[in-house]
Design a protein around this ligand. Structure first.
Ligand code: NDP
Length: 310
C-alpha cells in the first residue's frame, strides 16, 4: 500500500512539516523534492507551487494538500490527477491577514503618512478628521479570512460590508453578492480590502470601471492575489487622485519586477507577499485529521471545489 507523504515545495519548512505530522501520525515515510524516490509509493502530496505536471506522475496519490490557503497555484496545473484536493486551515495565518488589513486601513484612516511628512517639516498641524463611523470598509470575499477581517473592522466601529459570490448573512456586516451587488458594494467602500481567491471569475475583476465605482479618495488594500487587478487601471486611478493610495502585498508577477511603477509610486506601499504565512504548527492539525480520515475512508474537511476554483 502506498503510504509515503511527499513535501512538494521549494520553501524551507519541509523538516518542520515532517516533525509536526509525525507528532500526530507516528513515524512517516516522508519525501521531499530532492528525495522523491519511487513516486508510486506516494499516497499524499503536500504541495505549494508544485512543478507543472509533477503531481500527475504520482500514480497512486490519493490526496493533494495545498500548503497555502489559496489554491490557484495548484489549479493552474490542468494535468492534476483526479483526486480530492484539500487546503490547510491555519488560524494563525487568518489572524495575520486581518492584522495586515487593519494595519494599512488604520494607517490611512488616521493620516499617519501625512503626519510623518509634517514631522519632517517640524510642523504641528492637526488635520481634518474622518470619524470611524463615517469611514466605510468593504471586504471582497467573505470566506475564512474575509469574515475574520470584516468582523474585526466592524468591532472597531467602521461601517463594514462584505461581498461574496453567494448570498451570506453575517451579524453586524452589510452583505452584497454576485455581479448585481458588486457596483453597489464598491460605491459604499471608502477602504476596499481584497481577500478573494483567484479564479476564472475574479481574474481582472478590478479594472478601470471597478476603481471608478469606488468613492473619490478611497484606499485599496490587496492581500489576495495580484491577478485580480488590471495594473494600468489601478495606476491610472492613483495618478488621477481618484484613489488616495494602495497597500499591495500581491502582484501579477512575483517578485514584483525591478523598475515596476509600484515600487516608487508615492501613493503605493509594497510588501513581498507576506500578509499571511503558513505555520506548520498551527496548520498541521487539519492536515493530520485529513490524512487520518483518508486512511479511514471518511469524508475529508477543508475540501476545494475545482469547479468554482476555491
Ligand atoms: P475562502 O475560500 O474561505 O473564501 C472565498 C470567498 O470569496 C467566499 O466568500 C466566496 O464567496 C468569495 N468568492 C469567490 N469567488 C467569488 C466571486 N466570483 N465573486 C464574489 N465572491 C467570490 O477563502 P479564504 O478566505 O480562505 O482566502 C481568500 C484568499 O486569500 C485565498 O484564496 C488566497 O488567494 C488569499 N491569501 C493570501 C495570502 C497572502 O499572504 N497574501 C495568504 C492566504 C490567503 P462565497 O461565500 O459565496 O463562497
Amino acid at each position: 500500500m502506498p503510504n509515503a507523504i511527499a513535501y512538494i515545495s521549494r520553501d524551507t519548512d519541509g523538516l518542520h512539516w515532517k516533525r509536526v505530522l509525525e507528532a500526530g501520525l507516528g513515524p512517516l515515510d516522508y519525501r521531499t523534492l530532492d528525495t522523491l524516490g519511487n513516486t508510486d509509493d506516494i499516497e499524499v502530496a503536500l504541495a505549494w507551487k508544485p512543478p507543472h505536471g509533477l503531481l500527475r506522475t504520482f500514480r497512486n496519490v490519493r490526496l493533494i494538500v495545498s500548503l497555502g490557503m489559496g489554491v490557484d497555484h495548484l489549479l493552474a496545473d490542468e494535468t492534476l490527477p483526479d483526486v480530492p484536493i484539500v487546503r490547510i486551515m491555519d488560524e494563525g495565518l487568518v489572524g495575520q491577514m486581518s492584522e495586515y488589513a487593519l494595519f494599512w486601513a488604520l494607517r490611512h484612516h488616521r493620516e499617519i503618512d501625512r503626519y510623518a511628512e509634517l514631522q519632517k517639516q517640524g510642523q504641528w498641524k492637526p488635520l481634518d478628521f474622518v470619524d470611524t463611523i463615517d469611514r466605510r470598509v468593504g471586504v471582497m470575499g467573505l470566506g475564512t479570512i474575509g469574515q475574520d477581517t470584516a468582523a474585526k473592522f466592524a468591532r472597531l466601529g467602521f461601517p463594514t460590508a462584505g461581498w461574496s459570490r453567494t448570498a451570506r448573512t453575517l451579524d453586524g456586516i452589510e452583505t452584497f453578492h454576485g455581479s448585481d451587488g458588486f457596483r453597489r458594494f464598491l460605491a459604499r467602500s471608502d477602504i476596499l480590502v481584497d481577500v478573494l481567491p483567484l479564479t476564472r471569475e475574479t481574474r481582472g475583476l478590478l479594472d478601470a470601471a471597478a476603481f471608478a465605482a469606488l468613492p473619490k479618495g478611497a484606499y485599496f488594500i490587496n492581500m489576495a492575489r495580484g491577478g485580480h487587478v488590471v495594473d494600468e487601471a489601478l495606476l491610472a486611478a492613483l495618478d488621477s487622485g481618484h484613489l488616495a493610495g494602495a497597500a499591495l502585498d500581491v502582484f501579477n508577477t512575483e517578485p514584483l519586477p525591478a523598475g515596476h511603477r509600484y515600487w516608487t509610486h508615492p501613493r503605493v506601499h509594497v510588501t513581498p507577499h507576506i500578509a499571511g504565512a503558513t505555520n506548520p504548527r498551527t496548520a498541521s492539525p487539519g492536515v493530520i485529521e485529513n490524512i487520518k480520515r483518508l486512511r479511514a475512508g471518511r469524508d475529508l474537511i477543508h475540501r476545494v471545489d475545482a469547479k468554482t476554483g476555491y
